[in-house]
Every structure is written in structure tokens, then in C-alpha cells.
Design a protein around this ligand. Structure first.
Ligand SMILES: Cc1ncc(COP(=O)(O)O)c(C=O)c1O
Length: 378
């Protein structure tokens, strides 16, 4: 049986909620399950927050950018190593991404680089309209200094927590909160899923109500259809929200399991030349995916050798995200950094990390990996 990187993992309660939705005939992009899913997410995140359930994390990011005033030709600063869905909404707004390197101690946006670049941009009177900080692979960005500088310069700060629901930062931030808005994804490969979906989370009631308005085709109050601006069909289906209700109940268990998977990999595989994504003091990563780097000079084996050897045994693994400044789409885009992300991409691999993976399956991954590493030992 194939071992996947990260599969949907149902709790068993989802069907009950879906049945309730069917029985009430709310088979629509609104309904009691959507309301309940938003309320349960807000209660999980534990602040006075407003949650808007949407059709995807990308949709949530798009609305966050538009409602933060990101306009055509403005700049949005973002870490280069991320998934396309964390960048493309910048283009939907006609804005220009500027890509930043990662901090090697967290693998999230390098805040020192951001601070220096902001000083320079302020001197040139050319500040960005927003910064997106991505909580990568289950790990929070370094939020405190980011909130401080974003506040100092009056720049919108958006947290992309698509990969990091369930993670925490310095005991005071749950991923999915912070800044002017944060977004979550419930895509099928995420820690919990609604099959597809996302959430916009904000402290601003106004932003939340505007997001609901734009996500339902910007309908002005009138008995007919009246529009003073354009909107989107971005709301989450009530059926999907019903799945989300069942998933949310087991989120903490799912985080515990993924953390355990990371710990098992680490204790079995750690050796010179093989390094795991760091989890600094004060951070509580969800370890959505266990990510590591393989130094071919030490191990005599490249990331691709390992990936292909695992694939031969029907084990799915994946290189880290290819930094956006290396993508053909963004050729010539501005990049601020020293290529830490480039090095991680060249040597980095994500291992199977699904919470439905059995210990026996993980042992098999470990055994196959160990064999490849031993075979190539110089
Ligand atoms: C960092 C990041 N941002 C945004 C997204 C987009 O979320 P969605 O697939 O729900 O649109 C994803 C993943 O899917 C992601 O990993």
C-alpha cells in the first residue's frame, strides 16, 4: 500500500454533521454548519476573533489583501519559499510581490531583512502595501517583531497560516491569528480538511463583514440584485463546513500525532549531514510535514536520490517548496536575501507525515531511508 505525504484523516463524526446538514436541506454555501464552524474555529483560536469560512485558503488570502487596501502596482512583501496559493492572490490584486529569504533558525521570513528593507523603502518613500508572513510547514513566523515594524510603518500584516493550524508561538499566539488578518486552509492535505476550504480570521468586525459581503458576489441590500462593487463566489459550502465541524474536534489529536511522527523520525534518523527543520525555544510547531535537509557532501546521497529510492517502494516524499523568485513566472522579480531558501530547496525533503500513518508504515519509511543512506555512505 502506498504511503502518502499527507492524506485526509476523518474522525468518524463528520458524517453525523453532514447528515444533519442534509436533513435540514442546507445544501448551500450558507447554513447552520457554516455558522457553527466559524464559531467553533473562533472559540478554538481563543481570542475575540471573527472567522469567515471560505472556499479556499487562496480565497481567504485574496480577500485579506483586497480588504487591507492592496492595490494595483503596489508591493507586497512575502517569503519566497511558499506554495503558489500563498502568492497568486497578490497577482489577483494587480500588485507586485517582493520575495524575502528565510531565517535559518526558524525557516520563516527573515525579520532582520524585512526591517532593513523597510528603512530603505521609507527613505525612498516606497513602502509596501502589505507584508504576508507565512507560517511554514507548521511553524509560526516570528510574529512579535513583525507586528512591531508593521505597526511602526502603518503596513498591513497578514499571516498565512494555511499550513499551520494548531501551532503556537511563545504561548500567546495560535497560528491562524495575528496581524490585521490571518488565513487558514482546509485543503485535503492539511492537518484538518473540509475537502477544500479556508478561513479568514481577523480582530476587525468590519473586515469580517466586508469579507462576507465580497465573498457572496457583493450584493448591496436591495430586493433585486444591486452591485456597487464587484465580488466573488468564495463562501464555503455548508456540507464542507459540516466536515470541518467533525475535523475541528480532533485538531489537537492530529497535532499531537504529527509532532510524534516528527519526533520518531528525528530520533531514528538524525546523523551528521541530515538536519531537521528547527523548532526554536518558545515555538510549538504542528509539524504539518516533517521537513529535513540532506547534505550530499556528507551523506554521499542527494535529496533526489532519496526521494526516488522511496518512490520505488511507493513512499511519497516531496522537495521543499521551490522559492518563488526561482519560478519562471517571477523571473526578474526583486529578491532580498542570501539564498538560504535556495539551499533548503536544493537539499530539502518532506517525509510522509499524515496523522493516519501507522507506526508500522513509519517504520517502513525509516527503514527504507536508512538503507539508502547506508548504501551511499562514502
Ligand atoms: C502556505 C500556503 N498558503 C496558501 C495555501 C492555499 O490554500 P488553498 O489550497 O486552500 O487555496 C496553501 C496550500 O494549500 C499553502 O500551503
Amino acid at each position: 500500500m502506498k504511503i502518502y505525504l499527507s492524506r485526509p484523516h476523518m474522525s468518524g463524526r463528520e458524517l453525523d454533521y453532514v447528515r444533519e446538514a442534509f436533513e435540514s436541506n442546507y445544501v448551500a454555501p450558507l447554513g447552520p454548519q457554516v455558522d457553527a464552524f466559524e464559531a467553533a474555529t473562533a472559540s478554538y483560536l481563543g481570542e475575540r476573533l471573527h472567522c469567515v469560512a471560505l472556499s479556499s485558503g487562496s480565497a481567504a488570502l485574496h480577500l485579506a489583501l483586497r480588504l487591507s487596501g492592496v492595490a494595483t502596482d503596489s508591493e507586497v512583501w512575502v517569503s519566497s519559499m511558499t506554495f503558489a496559493g500563498g502568492i497568486f492572490p497578490v497577482l489577483y490584486q494587480g500588485a507586485r510581490p517582493v520575495f524575502f529569504d528565510l531565517d535559518p533558525s526558524t525557516w520563516t521570513i527573515n525579520v532582520d531583512l524585512v526591517v532593513e528593507a523597510l528603512k530603505d523603502a521609507a527613505r525612498r518613500n516606497h513602502l509596501p502595501s502589505a507584508i504576508i508572513a507565512t507560517d511554514l510547514y507548521g511553524q509560526s513566523a516570528d510574529l512579535d517583531p513583525l507586528e512591531t515594524v508593521a505597526g511602526e510603518y502603518g503596513i498591513a500584516l497578514i499571516l498565512d497560516s494555511a499550513e499551520s493550524f494548531g501551532a503556537e508561538y511563545r504561548g500567546k499566539r495560535k497560528c491562524g491569528t495575528g496581524g490585521d488578518a490571518a488565513i487558514l486552509s482546509f485543503n485535503g492535505n492539511k492537518i484538518i480538511t473540509t475537502s477544500g476550504g479556508g478561513m479568514l480570521v481577523t480582530r476587525s468586525e468590519k473586515m469580517a463583514s466586508q469579507a462576507r459581503f465580497l465573498a457572496t458576489q457583493a450584493r448591496d441590500p436591495a430586493p433585486h440584485y444591486e452591485h456597487s462593487t464587484y465580488g466573488y463566489n468564495y463562501r464555503l459550502s455548508n456540507i464542507s463546513a459540516a466536515i470541518g465541524l467533525g475535523q475541528l474536534e480532533v485538531l489537537d489529536q492530529r497535532v499531537a500525532k504529527r509532532r510524534d511522527i516528527y519526533r520518531r523520525y528525528k530520533s531514528a534518523l538524525e546523523q551528521p549531514g541530515l538536519s531537521f527543520m528547527p523548532e526554536p525555544e518558545g515555538y510549538y510547531s504542528s509539524h504539518w510535514l516533517t521537513a529535513l535537509t540532506l547534505d550530499p557532501a556528507v551523506l554521499g546521497v542527494s535529496r533526489e536520490d532519496v526521494r526516488l529510492a522511496l518512490l520505488e517502494h511507493e513512499i511519497e516524499s516531496r522537495p521543499l517548496w521551490k522559492p518563488m523568485h526561482l519560478q519562471p513566472l517571477f523571473r526578474g522579480a526583486r529578491y532580498v536575501g542570501q539564498g538560504v531558501d535556495e539551499g533548503l530547496f536544493e537539499t530539502g525533503l518532506c517525509l510522509p507525515s499524515g496523522s493516519d500513518m501507522s507506526d508500522a508504515q513509519q517504520d517502513e519509511v525509516i527503514a527504507r531511508l536508512t538503507t539508502v543512506l547506508n548504501r551511499h555512505q562514502p
